[in-house]
Design a protein around this ligand. Structure first.
Ligand code: CTP
Ligand code: MG
Length: 220
């Protein structure tokens, strides 16, 4: 099965607050986007398309391996993935969508996602258990419900899809819709989403503390 990886790397990284787009911020002297691309390739994808901010196209091209395709991202993650999906060849059987912001994702997670697709899943996400009691609050911050955490999972990337299924789900999605991940796009289209084990090392770099933790991990 020919698998194409999409890396969503077109965000600005407002919460990290660095002097450049988050995907270009170095971790152990290597930009986050380069880590994410390497994970996909090492895990078994055949080709990679990266959605980048239009203004920084050349900086991204300079830090990525030859053969990686760059496309101009959009104003939201959903728009960026939609743009990258347009550059995926029709012949691809699988598409894995990954966040540049998850630099230390082990390639084994990619392999688990690919295996699930090869076994027939149309959509698969890596997940971890929720270890804290998790509650629902109202507008005043008052707790209104406490779902059984045994049924809850934290969802990571890369998320894997049958290519035709993901293309059809994006085609059916309103142009202005903004969803936080791609599994939500296919679920909105009625596609069942299955799960495989995620990995704590696939944590997302969102704020400065997360980057500091990632630096500690690579320095050990
Ligand atoms: N992303 C993207 N296009 C956008 C917004 C986000 O490709 N218009 C990507 C980011 O580059 C990131 C991933 O989606 O790899 C997850 O988004 P997030 O962690 O929110 O990154 P940013 O949007 O860059 O950060 P912030 O929300 O703090 O500005
Ligand atoms: Mg964002």
């Amino acid at each position: 099965m020919f698998a194409v990886g999409i890396v969503a790397a077109a965000g600005s990284g407002l919460r990290l607050g660095a002097d450049r787009p988050k995907a270009l911020v170095p971790l152990a002297a290597r930009p986050l986007v380069a880590w994410a691309v390497a994970t996909l390739v090492d895990g078994g994808v055949d080709e990679v398309v990266v959605a980048v901010p239009a203004a920084e196209h050349d900086q991204f091209a300079a830090v990525l391996p030859d053969g990686v395709r760059l496309v101009e991202g959009g104003a939201t993650r959903t728009a960026s993935v939609r743009a990258a999906l347009g550059a995926v060849p029709d012949g691809a059987g699988a598409v894995l969508v990954h966040d540049a912001a998850r630099p230390l994702t082990p390639p084994a997670v990619v392999a688990r996602v690919l295996d699930a697709l090869a076994a027939g899943a149309l959509a698969v996400v890596p997940v971890l258990p929720v270890v804290d009691t998790t509650v629902v609050v109202d507008g005043q911050g008052t707790v209104t419900a406490a779902p059984d955490r045994g049924t809850l999972r934290r969802v990571q990337t890369p998320q894997g899809f049958d290519r035709a299924t993901l293309v059809a789900a994006y085609a059916a999605l309103d142009d202005t819709a903004e969803l936080t991940d791609d599994a939500a796009v296919v679920r909105a289209h009625g596609v069942p989403v299955t799960t495989v084990a995620g990995d704590e090392r696939a944590a997302k770099v969102t704020v400065a503390h997360d980057l500091a933790l990632a630096e500690l991990q690579v320095s050990r």
